[in-house]
Write a new protein. Structure first.
Length: 316
């Protein structure tokens, strides 16, 4: 899968209007109160799905739901806090067709989650790792995890000897590690789903360079100014940035595939299958990361998946 060629099938005309009728289907979108998460929630609801906006701030979530329209509800979820993740999953009941792991933090100053993890790794990877495994018994179709071209950045790696990068913290390297982890998670999740005979698919997507408020939270003020300038001059809109996520959620793409923009450098363009770095395609590193993630979160891959019932999986 490393640096695979893009899908030869043209997707240049694929837009949110290409979504099929999703009536009767349920989707969870994490971080759905702004940016590409809000756009994804709005378009899924417009296509007929019942969309759960999983957000930290319920007030902002309700405002976002009002924008989304359609059949929506808001539930609190703080991915940086494993207790919140467990509460969200424990309250779930009934089939879940689409789980979209979209929420994230980007290049923030060194911080710790309530569980003691480096904030970007804890939120972007471990939070979604725990959420996905706890909800898998209910998932009927697929899990879409939003990664980033940052997984290709120079020096991007999983620092198993210091996952929190406590010895030499760098916001950019910590973000790249978390986004690489997203792709390795998808790779190993699909292997486990296939091995267990589950029909559920794990897919990853990235928005290219999309103008959202994620960049405004970068800790380095110089980097923040540069990214804000990039938002104005280079980036595509959040509406366009959400298309790879939506494409990955509904189109017949292979498990463990990766969807991104088809333009130069994958910065912008229509959604299509794209390649990933060799580091993001290493099955042994993916398995090791999975084992470490289970140890850190106390959450394991469920015995059964896609059974839409609380007795189908293992909950910790």
């Amino acid at each position: 899968m490393a640096d695979q060629k893009k899908d030869s099938t043209s997707t240049s005309t694929w837009t949110a209007a290409s979504l099929p009728d999703l009536s009767g289907r349920t989707a969870v979108v994490t971080g759905a109160n702004s940016g590409i998460g809000l756009v994804a929630a709005r378009e899924l609801a417009r296509a007929g799905a019942h969309v759960v906006l999983a957000v930290r701030d319920e007030g902002r979530g309700r405002a976002a739901a009002a924008q989304a329209g359609g059949s929506t509800e808001v539930r609190r979820l703080d991915l940086a806090d494993l207790a919140s993740v467990r509460d969200f999953a424990a309250a779930w009941d009934g089939p879940l067709d689409l789980l979209i792991n979209n929420a994230g933090v980007m290049m923030v100053p060194q911080q710790r989650t309530p569980d003691g993890f480096e904030l970007q790794f804890g939120t972007n990877h471990l939070g979604h790792f725990a959420l996905t495994n706890l909800l898998l018994p209910y998932v009927t179709d697929r899990v879409v995890t939003v990664a980033s071209g940052a997984h290709r950045w120079r020096g991007a790696a999983i620092h198993f000897d210091d996952l929190d990068m406590a010895a030499d913290y760098n916001p950019q390297r910590a973000y790249a590690q978390s986004k690489l982890a997203n792709l390795l998670f998808t790779l190993e999740l699909q292997r486990r789903l296939t091995e267990s005979g589950s029909p559920v698919r794990a897919v990853a997507a990235h928005p290219g360079y999309a103008a959202t408020n994620l960049q405004s939270h970068a800790g380095n003020p110089v980097m923040r100014v540069l990214m804000q300038a990039g938002n104005r001059l280079i980036a595509q809109s959040d509406r366009a940035g959400a298309l790879p996520t939506l494409y990955a959620a509904v189109e017949d793409v292979p498990g463990a595939s990766y969807v991104g923009p088809d333009g130069f450098g994958e910065f912008r363009g229509a959604p299509t299958l794209v390649g990933r770095s060799r580091a993001a395609s290493d099955p042994e590193v993916a398995r090791r990361l999975w084992a470490v993630s289970e140890e850190l979160t106390g959450v394991v891959f469920p015995v059964e998946t896609g059974a839409a019932g609380p007795s189908a999986g293992t909950r910790v």
